[in-house]
Design a protein around this ligand. Structure first.
Ligand code: RB5
Length: 150
């Protein structure tokens, strides 16, 4: 988990959970950049979903962790970016499989439906797990719309 910088982003509904992860990262000495939002004042998740997707796509960050109320909107937004595979992760096993099988580069957490403790366990599982490659790489290669033949 060490050696690289993790990007974080949320809307207002994910803000509190993101703060818990920031506190956890500080405690553990894990480097991160918070791309917003910066308060629990109402805002629009696509702004932060696009910002983190762009940042991860650029290669500046290997992984992003996102939060909104359900985890859905910010994940849907990020997945519009061709290099992004954002997975909605509501329990550690899902986060593990998102890395092992889908090589997810963004972990999207439903801030209103998990506790701080659960969010930490999800983030740990995501960051501690490697992609398995092999048959999973073949499947990932078929995700881009350009590879789909009707
Ligand atoms: C905000 O109320 C909520 O709609 C948003 O955080 C998210 O859950 C959308 O997918």
């Amino acid at each position: 988990m060490s050696g690289f910088i993790i990007a974080l982003a949320s809307d207002h509904a994910g803000f509190a959970r993101k703060q818990a992860i920031i506190a956890y990262f500080r405690e553990r000495g894990i480097s991160f950049s918070d791309l917003g939002c910066f308060s629990d004042e109402s805002c629009d998740y696509p702004e932060y979903g696009h910002a983190i997707a762009q940042a991860v796509s650029s290669g500046a960050y290997p992984f992003g962790i996102t939060f909104c109320g359900t985890g859905q909107g910010i994940s849907m937004t990020a997945n519009k970016h061709p290099k992004i595979r954002s997975a909605l992760c509501w329990k550690p096993e899902i986060a593990r499989l998102a890395r092992q099988h889908n090589d997810a580069n963004i972990c999207s957490i439903p801030g209103r439906f998990v506790t701080d403790r659960e969010a930490i366990a999800i983030v740990d599982a995501f960051l501690d797990t490697s992609f398995e490659g092999g048959r999973h790489q073949r499947r990932i290669d078929k995700i881009p719309i350009a590879s789909y033949k009707e």
